[in-house]
Design a protein around this ligand. Sequence first.
Ligand code: ADP
Ligand code: MG
Length: 239
Amino acid sequence: MITVRNLTHRYGDTVAVDDVSLTVEDGEFLVLVGANGSGKSTLVRQFNGLLEPDSGEVSVDGRAVHEDLVAARVAVGMVFQDPRDQLVAATVGADVAFGPENLGLSHAEIDRRVDAALSAVNLAGREDERVADFSGGERERVAIAGALAMEPTHLVLDEPFTGLDEPARRSVLDRLRALRADGTSVVVVTHDLRDLLSLSDRVVAMADGRVVVDGDPESASTRESLADLDVRVPPVDPC
Ligand code: ADP
Ligand code: MG
């Protein structure tokens, strides 16, 4: 469980997140929407201590993030908006192994995790290929595999669909569906609710650093306010 209490974050004079309180339950699939600049990335980057709040507190599974950064990083996996911010090694296998290696796991366990994570994103057997030769969609999937290999109980993906073609988008959606079924908490930051509404338990919308909508997907998606927030909402949810 991720608990955010009265969190405020400023960059100079800009209040990016303004007194936000929010709880992400275990196993919950939460979609976080809002216009560019509404504070989504600034908020989720506090979930594992990548940013520190100016005031307020974040805890993961009951432990304050600032008191145990390592525990927070193990529990909360993060896939950044731009995979270039995340990919660290030249080859696919080395990149995905990087996180587990830093946990000090055995070679056998690292190999097992890398194999499982690459299979999960349909990149099995491509360990030795160079990340630099990959397309944007493939890089995004390597980034997701890197987060999965940490076997986090919570996974946060910041705009994972940006720049993906349709097959890559489908592949990421399939993976999110499987994670949901496995009971991993998933937070997806997006401004496009297509396909995600049927997966989500909850939709939270931000505007100007504040939470302005927080509800189940049916009622949230019918809010006219979402359209005002620049969120792409599907006209009718099939089935
Ligand atoms: P979103 O992810 O919803 O687009 P952000 O959290 O990136 O929103 O940004 C929230 C606000 O904080 C915006 O006004 C943005 O310009 C500002 N901001 C974000 N990152 C920085 C930064 N590193 N330095 C200064 N201002 C920033
Ligand atoms: Mg952002």
